[in-house]
Write a protein that binds this ligand. Structure first.
Ligand code: SF4
Ligand code: SF4
Length: 99
């Protein structure tokens, strides 16, 4: 079985907001106190159901969107998360994503 991990944003974040604009699940929000963006693991599907790549990783200019080993999830679980977040939307199994 394919296993994945949700992404996290490290302290290297410069709070530019580029990742937030491309995240298909609105999983990225600003932490005003820390002056950086954070990823809500309850909303991150690793872009499963939407894109073949992690969009936040692609857009981040300082490469601080990294896999979070504390949130391991299977591809099936990520797809189910997408279905729960967006009821009524059709999600196929889709192609495997890269990192
Ligand atoms: S991997 Fe995709 S769903 Fe998860 S935070 Fe990044 S852009 Fe959003
Ligand atoms: S794109 Fe990278 S640097 Fe910009 S807010 Fe997102 S995580 Fe931070």
């Amino acid at each position: 079985m394919c296993s994945n991990v949700t992404l996290k944003i490290t302290d290297e974040c410069i709070n530019c907001g580029a990742c937030e604009e491309v995240c298909p699940t609105q999983a990225i929000v600003e932490d005003g106190e820390a002056m950086l963006r954070i990823i809500d693991p309850a909303r991150c599907t690793e872009c499963v159901g939407f894109y073949e790549r992690h969009m936040c990783q692609i857009e981040c200019p300082v490469e601080c969107c990294l896999p979070d080993p504390e949130h391991p999830e299977t591809r099936e679980q990520l797809l189910e998360k997408a279905r729960l977040l967006f009821p009524g939307r059709e999600f196929g199994a889709g192609p495997a994503i890269g990192t």
